[in-house]
Design a protein. Structure first.
Length: 183
């Protein structure tokens, strides 16, 4: 359902129940308030949260390079794949079709590149699609019992795919710049 359709449905519901009880009016007022939460705020929280999830996972796969905005830990050096990351792909993950020597650096790279792009809002939909594919692989081949966690990740990524990053993003800036003819 589109935003206009959602707003129209909410308005119809409120109009139909406006003659109802005080509880119904209170509920309708709350729904109206919730419907005014800006997409930009939701998009920013979604971007920050999912980027942090994948970035933190990627950080466990590299050594020599640490950036943690929340804890304030920074170690700027040339990143290299950690021995534990390769062992993880050899012993625990055991992906079919992809040798661990290839899967480990691919995952570490993806878990740094796509979250960074999502965080700044550049190529957000493409990056969300890439991480959604990664989530699907993890769900099917690595941790099939973790469907609640992966479902949450998928919901956030699907939101970003369908709604975009919001106004506080490079994507939005580029789109408005393109729409105005590059001025």
């Amino acid at each position: 359902m589109t935003t206009t359709a959602t707003s129209t449905a909410g308005a119809s519901h409120r109009a139909a129940s406006s003659g109802g009880s005080a509880v119904a009016r209170l509920i309708d007022g709350a729904i109206g308030t919730f419907e005014r939460i800006p997409n930009t705020l939701i998009g920013f929280i979604a971007r920050f949260s999912i980027a942090a999830t994948f970035w933190n996972s990627g950080q466990t796969k590299v050594q020599g390079f640490v950036i943690n905005l929340v804890s304030g830990e920074f170690k700027l050096g040339w990143p290299s794949l950690s021995d534990s990351a390769l062992a993880l792909f050899q012993d625990e993950y055991k992906l079919p079709f992809i040798p661990p020597e290839l899967a480990a650096p691919m995952a570490a790279t993806a878990e740094h590149l796509f979250p960074l792009l999502i965080l700044i809002g550049l190529g957000t939909r493409f990056s969300a699609l890439a991480l959604l594919g990664m989530t699907l692989v993890i769900q099917v081949f690595v941790y099939p019992g973790a469907y609640a966690t992966h479902g949450t990740w998928a919901a956030v990524l699907l939101y970003l795919l369908s709604r975009g990053p919001g106004r506080l993003s490079v994507d939005h800036w580029l789109a408005t710049r393109h729409a105005s003819g590059g001025r």
